[in-house]
Every structure is written in structure tokens, then in C-alpha cells.
Design a protein around this ligand. Sequence first.
Ligand SMILES: [Zn+2]
Length: 312
Amino acid sequence: MELNENADLDTSQVDDVRGSGGRGGGGGFGGLPIPMGGGGIGMILTVVVVIGMLVAGGTFGRSLLGGSSGSGQQGDNTQLAKDCGRNNPDRLKRTDCRNVLYVNSIQNFWQTEFPQVYGKPYQPAKTVYFSQSVNTGCGQADSGVGPFYCPADDRVYIDLAFYNELTTRFGAKGEFAQPYVLAHEYGHHIQDLLGTEAQMRRAQQRDPNNANRYSVMLELQADCYSGVWTKHATETTSTNGQPLFTSITADDVNQALQAAASVGDDAIQKKMGGGVDESKFTHGSSEQRQHWFTQGYQSGDPRACDTFGNGV
Ligand SMILES: [Zn+2]
């Protein structure tokens, strides 16, 4: 992939709370014992436990709906705006700036596509950069949960250090794993705007025995939306009317597919040393995740992302 040096990056689509410091505190999170203290060992340990939620937002965000704490810490984008400005020649070497570009591209795509397909306006959603720990509309979250979307405050949350875990522990090599992850999270935002997410939750309540199956359908649809965006990414433009990507290659698509496979439920279960138990799948197998990403990529049409078949 090639990013366009002439594109302005809209850092207002990101809320940078990295400087505000993760606050510690004991206890678990979502029922999981999450070691606090961040980025290092704690994250490595917990990321394995909760990796099923990664690329998710999914279970984590949903399960804590109705939870307490108001949304968000106050961000400060001053430094980010400076670092990602066009007068910094090295800006596109920075992970934080590149991720701003990915977010801009994903939202620019849906801004056009969503009204055309669904007949209503797209509502932008910010991505929050945090380190170690963050307060969200879905409760307090630790880096260990991986990136997620919170439907209660319509935000995507990510500790950018997560990408190192994705590469080193899960073998998702290649830069394009990053936009794949972000486009998946924005896929959850699309599901939230369409009410798919709420429908799915009701279906889970009606039919708890199949709760995991419904979760898989939702997650695979988010993978499919990620593929749809990938197909159109080179058409997306910056606030100054420049293409954000000048190219996306077959290699990039393969990197997305590799990332999708690396976070498949079966791959994660194997990494954790157990057998593969399909009844515990919440996001889908490696093969399913690749299949639905490909379905989105080849069709370029979100309507082709009907993972629910006859609906929930
Ligand atoms: Zn997800």
C-alpha cells in the first residue's frame, strides 16, 4: 500500500487520551482477572485470554451495556495534530498518524456509501487512542481487551501497542493488519447505526443456547464490512480532496486475510493450548473470517454481507 504524502490528515476524528495516563485499580474487567499496570507483561498475558474479543468491541462492549461510567476521558489532540501535520515529513512513518489516515479513509467511505445503500446519513464515530486503561461508556477498559467498539458512546477504542501483539504473538505480519482491524471496528459502528447489533442482542436473549452463534454472525459481518472498505479504499479522499491511498496491492489484501486468520477462534484456541471447541466460538473460525472478508472485498457491497441468512 502507498499512502499519499499530499493528503491532509483529519486528527479531529481521533481522540488522543494517551497522555492522560492509565489509571490503575484492581478487580477484574468483564469478569476476567485483568492484571493492571499496562503495556508490558500484563497486556501480553491478558491479550491471550481475551483475544477472542479483539478486533471486536463485540462481546466486551455489548456485555457492559447499561454499565456505569460516563463516556470518555478528555483527550488532547494538540501533539497529534502537530505530529501528523503536512510540515512533518516523517508523519507517515508514525503509527498514530497512519492510523488517523485509516480512520479518515474508512469514515470517508461510509459517509458516501451508507446513505446510498441505507437511505439515511452516516454518523461519524471517533477513535480513541489510549494507553493501558481508559474510561468508556461501556465501563473501564484495560489494553488487554484489545481494540473494541463501544455502542454506548459510539467510539472505537484502541491502544496502538496492540498491533505489536498482533504481529509478535498472533503472527499477523504486515501493515495492512492495522486498517483491517480498524475497518472491522467501524463495521460494528455500522451495525450499531443499522440496529443490527441491538437485534442480535435481543436474539441472544430469546435464544441463549445460540448466543455464541449470533455473536459469530455479527463478527463475521464486521469482517465482511472491512473487506468492503478495502475494495474502495483507494477511492477515499482527505479533507483537502486528495486520495488517501495511492495504491493497495494484492499483498495488502493477503495481509488482511492473514490477520483475519490469525484471530480466528480456532487459531486462538490452539494457541492457548486447548482443543478446538466450536461451541465456544464467538468470532468465527479462521476460514470463516477469511471467507467473509473476501466476500466483502470481492463484492465491494455491504449488502453482500448477509451473515445472518434469514435474519436474527
Ligand atoms: Zn468485532
